[in-house]
Design a protein around this ligand. Structure first.
Ligand SMILES: [Zn+2]
Length: 673
């Protein structure tokens, strides 16, 4: 393939039009749209070829065209776009509600035993694939398009339709299991995800037989909830991040994983305050912040908008997006081609996602907890699956394994070797994993003996060494989590555990309430819970509870402080340290001979409800960056360059110290060596 996917001044125009809407495209003027887009500097659009209702927007001979659409929209758009040098990616939604009605036998089937398994759309394992999808794709691929963006081209729910049942039975010899906690369910999850990738490869092959230059992206496929390696035929990774909580936090979380997959990736944010079911407009500064987060983490931006029902676009929205594009323009050239400098790695394991799942998708709570925690401590870090970690482990100063299970032997061998040679490891544990507790490798590495114990899911952490006590209240730290029983062998205790008081029976209600004394610490018995062990030339800190999951769920700053202190204990010397009056997002990238330090400022407003947004952002002063650098830099350049924004630097004994004032949304410090 000659093409590669790039650029961050892109707009996705949503246009789902139910079949009874006679106004479809009645006011659509491709020439005016393209002219307006060119004026704001837009480089690429996602344009609808097929909506979720199953309506096609081109003159199809094999598919179902929207009943009131009299034009070939895809043709008109690709022709007009060429005049203005704008690329077109065709949007294709595979839910196809039209064919659900016409061919109910192709419909996805849930079952009552498995929660949230029901859904109204066609199953990718049904004959729909060969009879509808592939013939339609052959047609679309003959248009002058640059790419195809698929929505829902993966299995996001377990399916019990006859096609799935037949295929599974023929491979495994038993029916699709219904117990989501069983070993058979893990095998089913793995199988369904594999089927998803096989479908993707078939789809790409069909498209590339017509036009090998068409780049294929699949919304939400191969992100953390489905952390397999994307097939080579996929041209770019893309996802419209969830915006119902904090879009910027999600953007950061996904980008830190996707940048490790060696493919270009888009993160889509919308102009709406309440994501897709909305017609409102975000403040420009909020959109800028989201785009800054994406760019600073090595991603490409795309902004989502809707056409009105008649196909017209809102020019006032384009005017806001134009300001965001200006913001992007000042940064994208500097960041283009930069890659993350390995420093701290968080493991998000594919194999763990089969064991601990949410239906057939991964349970991400512990990874998200680790992400939020490290972000708030101004650490620079990457999130990697086991394949990427195994290949790159020696580059990292610290590896964090946040409650991940079922690690493959190859990775275990790499981890042991890494620590033996001087690597640092922070591992927290899922106490529900009986088989993992008994694993010899883990006991040896941690210098402890671990035993599972049923308990109240409550307990206390009492830091015993000064380094772990820093900035913490001098009281037992309450933690809602499963705990493991830890017995020291060669390890030393950094923190002890206190049991929580739990009542045995409840006769009149309210007796199990934490406000009624339940959960109080029992002071007379202490056992180790955070330990440190030397292994070869390296060191391992172990936390015997689900501290990252608990941080995600309860947002307790004291748990964050314990982890931060443990990290500082393991790696007192850091390639980059940033102190700031409020937390920033920090990323450290490398491009040729330059370091690129990104600092992103964010204060959201008080809010009773989501969305979390800012209307104005005050500038931050007194930010200090310390970079380990073995020579005097040739130049330190601050981007963007404006009067209110200043940086002063000095280099001394392998440390470059930069003081920054006037940081607004996003600064890039370019350090030329
Ligand atoms: Zn099915």
């Amino acid at each position: 393939m000659k093409n590669s996917y790039k650029g961050s001044r892109k707009i996705h125009f949503d246009y789902h039009t139910p079949p009874d809407f006679q106004e479809v495209a009645s006011g659509f003027e491709p020439e005016i749209l393209m002219k307006d887009l060119a004026e704001v500097g837009c480089e690429l659009i996602n344009f609808f070829a097929k909506d979720l209702f199953g309506n096609c927007y081109w003159d199809t001979k094999v598919g179902h065209k929207h009943p009131y659409l009299k034009r070939d929209l895809l043709k008109e758009v690709t022709e007009a776009s060429k005049k203005y040098g704008i690329k077109v990616v065709a949007y294709y939604n595979v839910m196809d509600l039209y064919n659900v009605q016409v061919h109910p036998e192709w419909k996805h089937r849930g079952c009552k035993e498995v929660q949230n398994s029901e859904g109204d759309y066609v199953c990718l394992n049904s004959p729909w694939l060969e009879k509808v999808l592939l013939p339609e794709l052959r047609e679309i691929s003959s248009y002058e398009i640059d790419g195809i963006f698929f929505d829902f081209l993966y299995f996001h729910q377990p399916c019990f339709c006859k096609w799935c049942e037949q295929k599974f039975l023929s491979e495994f010899g038993y029916e699709i299991p219904k117990d989501t906690k069983s070993k058979e369910w893990q095998a089913y999850t793995k199988w369904l995800r594999k089927r998803g990738s096989e479908t993707v490869e078939k789809v790409c092959k069909t498209i590339h037989e017509v036009n090998p230059n068409i780049l294929v992206g699949i919304n939400w496929a191969y992100v953390q909830r489905q952390p397999e390696r994307p097939p080579d035929s996929v041209g770019f990774i893309t996802l419209d991040i969830n915006e119902t909580d904090c879009a910027s936090l999600n953007a950061s979380y996904y980008a830190k994983y996707l940048r490790m997959l060696n493919k270009p990736f888009d993160i889509m944010t919308t102009r709406f305050l309440h994501w897709w079911g909305d017609w409102s407009l975000k403040p420009v500064v909020t959109m800028e912040h989201e785009c800054a987060t994406i760019l600073a983490n090595g991603g490409l931006c795309i902004i989502g908008d809707h056409f009105y029902i008649n196909g017209k676009h809102e020019k006032e929205v384009l005017s806001s997006i134009s300001r965001v594009f200006d913001f992007i323009s000042k940064r994208e050239r500097i960041l283009d081609g930069a890659s993350s400098i390995p420093f701290i790695a968080i493991l998000h394991a594919t194999e763990n996602s089969y064991v601990k799942g949410n239906g057939i998708l991964a349970d991400e709570t512990s990874t998200r907890g680790a992400h939020k925690l490290l972000l708030e401590c101004n650490f620079h870090f990457d999130i990697l699956n086991e394949e990427r970690l195994a290949n790159n482990i020696s580059d990292y100063s610290l590896v964090i394994i946040p409650e991940q299970m079922n690690l493959p032997e190859t990775l275990i061998a790499k981890i042991k070797d890494y620590v033996k040679k001087g690597g640092k490891l922070l591992l927290s544990y899922d106490s529900s994993a009986e088989e993992v507790l008994e694993a010899q490798w883990i006991n040896e590495l941690l210098g402890v003996s671990l035993k599972h114990k049923e308990n109240s899911k409550l307990g206390y952490i009492v830091p015993e060494v000064l380094a772990l006590q820093k900035d913490l209240p001098k009281m037992p730290i309450f933690c809602r989590s499963n705990f493991v029983n830890v017995e020291e062998k060669t390890a030393k205790t950094l923190a002890s555990k206190l049991e929580a008081y739990v009542i045995k029976t409840s006769k009149q209600g309210w007796e199990e309430w934490l406000g009624a004394g339940v959960g109080s610490p029992i002071f007379d018995k202490k056992t180790p819970i955070v330990t440190a062990n030397k292994f070869g030339n390296g060191e391992v800190v172990f936390v015997g509870c689900e501290i990252f999951k608990s941080y995600f769920e309860y947002n307790d700053w004291t748990l964050k402080t314990i982890v931060r202190n443990a990290i500082n204990l393991l790696i007192p010397e850091k390639i980059i340290e940033v102190s700031s009056p409020y937390p920033l997002e920090v990323t450290l990238l490398k491009k040729e001979e330059s370091y690129l330090i990104n600092l992103i400022n964010w204060h959201s407003e008080r809010a009773y409800k989501a969305p979390i947004r800012a209307e104005n952002l005050s500038r931050m002063n007194n930010v200090t960056v310390t970079l380990t650098l073995d020579r005097v830099p040739k130049q330190v350049i601050m981007h963007p360059n404006d009067e209110e924004h200043k940086a002063e630097w000095q280099w001394n004994s392998n440390k470059l110290k930069i003081r920054i004032s006037g940081l607004h949304v996003h600064s890039i410090l370019e350090i030329r060596t």
